[in-house]
Design a protein around this ligand. Structure first.
Ligand SMILES: Nc1ncnc2c1ncn2[C@@H]1O[C@H](COP(=O)(O)OP(=O)(O)OP(=O)(O)O)[C@@H](O)[C@H]1O
Ligand SMILES: [Mg+2]
Length: 377
């Protein structure tokens, strides 16, 4: 797929995706080792977009499996086309009648019919879903397994065969091995920890918010219509907002939206008022809004000089880390990092459980007996 790491960077850039060296190296290694790549990271940092860009840059078809809770293998792998089977049964009623014509009892009629199983459980009646489609494709494809953390653990187990062996087994038909190894990209928003078995089969990469320089490049590429100087200023404000530890920090896509909004409004300078009026484009929770508005004057004042501000100051990075963010990733990768209130947490995990008041034995007695309409003592 690619000749070198630089080739990855150039070809992804040619389709509008700006990858840093670390990401490009993972993609290059993946293409050589034919291993799936697992991208974890906050929302809107370009995980899904990478698979789309890989598909465009390599000219390979994109096959996408969008994961969700309760999804089972009939939506991910394959299922039997029941409607088609019924239709054929109706149309062939006469023929089926002939097959069982001379059976003397029910048991022998069933045996006769079951001998025809292979006709009804054949490829003709197979409805392939994304995983099987990727494995059976004649040409190499890019397989995107998006938001795998939303799927149940059972589906994760189904994925293992595809990821490790690049094959799918259908009991009635046998095993289909990929003719051409698909380029597999999995994405996760960290709403739950993925199994070690899944992680072991993938090259793992934590995709974080980009450097100021790369984010500015992305905005320029998107032709938002915002003046270059203002875009630079905006990027530094967004980075400031990310350092506040908001429940939902602004993503790259939201920075792009903010730049477009300001351009549409014909903004000529990013004074506090202009930013405050449009900040809801990037800040989506009430509590976050309050904190952001409070901190905004500080960002607008220091915007010109803060391109060195760490993208995620909530996780203090190690000064000896040579700017690779290793410490940041390690902190994020520690077990049990998803405390209540993290972005993507289920509502019941976030809101405190209602306290059940303690009831004395006599109170319980009273309420029980009052329902019965008589007193015990
Ligand atoms: N490196 C990049 N180069 C160019 N555009 C980018 C890059 N990263 C992000 N974007 C822009 O950000 C948008 C959002 O990216 P994407 O949908 O891939 O995010 P995501 O990480 O999959 O988010 P989510 O977890 O919410 O699905 C893209 O449509 C694209 O415009
Ligand atoms: Mg996505």
């Amino acid at each position: 797929m690619f000749d070198s790491v630089d080739d990855v960077i150039d070809r992804l850039a040619s389709v509008g995706y700006l990858a840093d060296r670390q990401l490009a190296t993972s993609v290059f290694v993946q293409s050589r080792l034919e291993k799936p790549i697992l991208l974890e990271g906050p929302a809107g940092v370009g995980k899904t977009e990478l698979a789309k860009a890989l598909s465009k840059a390599s000219g390979r078809r994109l096959v996408r499996l969008q994961c969700y809770e309760g999804q089972d293998e009939t939506k991910a792998l394959y299922e039997w086309d029941y409607g088609k089977q019924m239709l054929y049964t109706q149309l062939l009623r006469e023929k089926i009648g002939q097959i069982i014509e001379d059976s003397t009892d029910l048991a022998s009629a069933i045996t006769r019919i079951s001998e025809q199983d292979s006709a009804f459980f054949s490829e003709r009646f197979l409805a392939e879903r994304p995983l099987l489609a990727a494995v059976r494709a004649d040409e190499p494809v890019v397989l995107l397994i998006d938001e795998v953390d939303r799927s149940d653990e059972a589906l994760e187990a189904v994925l293992l065969e595809v990821l490790a062996e690049q094959q799918v087994t259908i009991p009635e038909l046998g095993t289909f091995a990929a003719k051409q190894a698909p380029c597999v990209v999995l994405t996760s928003n960290n709403t739950r920890d993925l199994s070690a078995a899944l992680k072991r089969r993938c090259l793992h990469l934590f995709l974080d918010y980009p450097s100021a320089e790369r984010e500015l490049d992305i905005i320029r590429r998107k032709q938002t219509g915002l003046d270059d100087v203002l875009a630079e200023h905006l990027v530094s404000v967004v980075r400031g907002l990310r350092s506040l530890g908001l429940r939902k920090p602004p993503s790259i896509s939201e920075t792009i939206d903010w730049a477009r909004t300001l351009a549409v409004l014909g903004t000529e300078s990013l004074a506090h008022q202009q930013l405050a009026d449009t900040i809801s484009v990037v800040v989506k929770y009430d509590r976050d809004l309050e904190r952001a508005l409070e901190a905004l004057p500080g960002f607008t004042a220091s915007a010109e000089s803060d391109s060195d501000r760490p993208a995620t100051a909530v996780y203090q990075s190690d000064p000896d880390d040579e700017g690779h963010g290793k410490a940041v990733r390690e902190q994020r990768n520690r077990l049990g990092r998803h405390g209540p209130g993290h972005y993507g947490a289920r509502a019941e995990d976030v809101s405190p459980q209602p306290r059940i008041p303690e009831v004395s034995a006599s109170q319980g007695d009273r309420s029980f007996t009052s329902k019965l309409g008589r007193r015990t003592r």
